[in-house]
Design a protein. Structure first.
Length: 318
């Protein structure tokens, strides 16, 4: 074989490898595009999506190409929210102070077209200040935990995000005990109602930590810090002068706007705060850190978490 033939053969082999590499790169690019499209099309369920942080997060997620299911207290609110955000309404109402409503809502989701798509549940709905402590605990803790337990077997569900209070605030309450679910800490006055609210979020955090471990799903406890939702202005007519002044000066400590908090919620939904090890992470944005120490605290009380989880389900099933 002469030199020209050898060079021609080597040139053909080189071209062959170049074409092969190009085809492999194109295939990899297509796989990446399809993977990213699949990630964007994952379905998110947001409770309390008709206003505030939940509404703003739904809007932003839809604009990013995510499929968002909005859960509201009435079918009318769900349809209105869907129209304003581009999300999909779940027609069955979700009334968190009514266990039958929670059960009917979960049954609707399980038997709907969305059951094979649902990737993330966001427990955003809640009540802030209420004179009825049991009502606060039911709405903020019992019903979200019960809803998650009813949806936990959905095959693509892998993440739950709970909007909670600051872990430092929860620390001030001490560890919860089963008797607290009966509202034993309550007394009259706005400060007592605030303590009950913080406590309900603490109970939610403990119970969901156990459930995440039990189902091997990811849990993100998102504490966005103090957010200016205008609550101090809404309360001025119903509180005394000293409490009004306290709420006013507290407003100077706000870390961000509702838009900023909604952006943080979107980041949690997209997995930015997912735990690197284990099932649970605490994103304490008031301190601008992912609070690993609080994860350790939650995990170190797993027997207590289990007791609270089982008790919440017992209360829900009565």
């Amino acid at each position: 074989m002469d030199a020209d033939s050898v060079m021609l053969r080597k040139g053909s082999q080189f071209r062959f490898f170049i074409i092969l590499i190009s085809l492999l790169c194109e295939a990899q690019t297509r796989i990446t595009v399809l993977t990213n499209l699949k990630m964007r099309c994952k379905t998110v369920l947001i409770t309390g999506a008709n206003s505030g942080i939940g509404f703003l997060a739904a809007q932003r997620l839809v604009s990013m190409g995510r499929k968002v299911l909005v859960a509201c207290r009435s079918s009318e609110k769900a349809r209105e929210t869907a129209k304003r955000t581009g999300a999909f309404p779940i027609e069955t109402p979700l009334e968190l102070n009514n266990i039958d409503s929670v059960r009917n809502f979960a049954n609707h989701v399980v038997h709907s077209e969305y059951s094979d798509e649902l990737d993330t549940i966001v427990h955003n709905a809640g009540v802030f200040l209420s004179e009825d402590a049991k009502d606060t605990l039911k709405i903020n803790a019992v019903s979200p935990v019960y809803l998650s337990s009813l949806l936990s077997d959905l095959k693509h569900l892998k993440r739950t995000v709970c909007v909670i209070t600051s872990p430092q605030a929860q620390d001030s309450m001490g560890l919860p005990c089963p008797g607290d679910l009966e509202g034993t800490r309550t007394c009259t006055g706005i400060l007592a109602q605030l303590k009950t609210y913080i406590h309900s979020k603490q109970v939610l955090s403990c119970a969901m930590t156990y459930q995440a471990r039990d189902t091997n799903q990811k849990l993100v406890l998102l504490a966005p810090g103090a957010v200016d939702t205008g609550i101090h202005r809404k309360l001025r007519s119903s509180v005394n002068f000293m409490t009004r002044a306290l709420l006013y000066f507290q407003s100077f400590k706000y870390h961000g706007t509702p838009e900023w908090a909604a952006g943080s919620l979107v980041r949690a939904i997209d997995g930015e705060f997912d735990p690197e090890i284990g099932c649970v992470s605490v994103a304490d944005l008031g301190k601008l850190v992912t609070a690993e120490s609080y994860v350790t605290d939650y995990n170190s009380h797993m027997n207590l978490n289990r007791s609270i989880y089982e008790l919440l389900l017992e209360v829900a099933r009565k």
